[in-house]
Write a protein that binds this ligand. Sequence first.
Ligand code: PFF
Length: 459
Amino acid sequence: MEERKASSQWGSRLGFMVAALGSALGLGSLWRFPYIAAENGGGLFVLVYLVFIVLLGVPLMAAEMAIGRSSQSSPVRAYGTLATRHKRAWQSIGVLGVITGVLILSYYSVVAGWSLDYLRLSLTGGLPTSNDIDAFKGVFDELLKSPGTLLFWHVVVMLCTAWVVGRGVKGGIEQVTEWLMAILFLILIVLLGYSMTLPTFIDSVKFVFGFHAEDFTSESVLEAAGHAFFTLSLGMGAMLTYGSYLDKRSGVLSTAVLVSVMDTVASLVACLVVFPVTLNGGITELKEGGPGLVFNTLPLSAQALPFGGVWISVVFALLFVAALASTVSLLEVPVSVLIDSFGLARRKATALAAGVITLLGTPAALSWTPGFFSAGMTKIFGKSWFDLVDNLSANWFLSLGALGTCLFIAFAMDRKQLAAEFVRNHEGGRKLFQLWFLTTTVVSPIIIVVVFLKTLNVF
Ligand code: PFF
């Protein structure tokens, strides 16, 4: 397969790694991980999650990157070109990936907008100053019931994302993501340093690494597996697309390991930033925070800190920075398909994809508004539009896409060509390739199917 032209390739291997890390490290790692870890028993959940990262995350990320690099094409084309038989059938994995990416971005951008509104509130003194959690919950409820505000921020996030993607791979995604990640790690380190000075830091470490079996259920296992896909941006072609801009000399397995490790470290650091402040603020039951842990509990607790107002603004800025590098990778998936398969120019492709996704996100933004704007509240299968799209795409489609990729590696791709992707770069040679192949084609699919059956309550 011919390599892409230089303007559609990463400028350096580091640029690719940082872009992949930017995709992975988003709201999933910084907002979602702390509250699901708190809800599901801390350390035990973290341990199970780590096992899934090793057995599902790393192998699948390397698989997606290898498929992308080997085909030098966007997801829809990649599965078709590389399949030795039944090309059209295998292509459907790519099609599902694009649909999943579009759906995820449509509501992810709404959530990214929450962090922007909270940044505005914290900078303008709009957050409550009382010690009453209901006052904070009230602010969150009000935001959810303000369709104009939600739509405004949703459009802002989509415009920022489209601006980056429209500038191209090297000059846009790579350059901007490098900046975003530099800012993100700087902020994260400063916040961690601050949390370490709090008396509640040690208790937080104990919580994150200590076992609390009473809160750990079979649901927790599902949650850990689903989160492993989501947090590493797997199962929908994002890593595949980024891999397709990689030249043939750079390794994929080492990148997959590094990105997974860094994303996991950042998720754990997020816990060690959020938990000490929450405990220090007098809240003893971390597990009760739920999705509001960062938006309600944290601003309340931050009041007890010197410069608490500044601290919380920095946290919301951090969330937005993290979210943006992820939304960029989500938008790049349909854009690359429009360029590759339909011959559109990048700017046109970006405008079209971003426009459609902005419209699709509208009912998600209206999911909490009764009355005239009830589009998103109409219950489908008992769920609002936001919950339905979240559940379908993040829980079902991602694992289905991941399973499809495992089967593709096992049955559709030429083994020699695949091995060349690993061996060429001296990534441990044949032995390591065989270990990866076995994990991707046997261990990962078994785990995914078991998790599926469990979700369907088959046993
Ligand atoms: N990995 C991102 C996060 O943890 O927030 C979410 C995400 C980004 C999922 C890109 C899928 C994707 F393609």
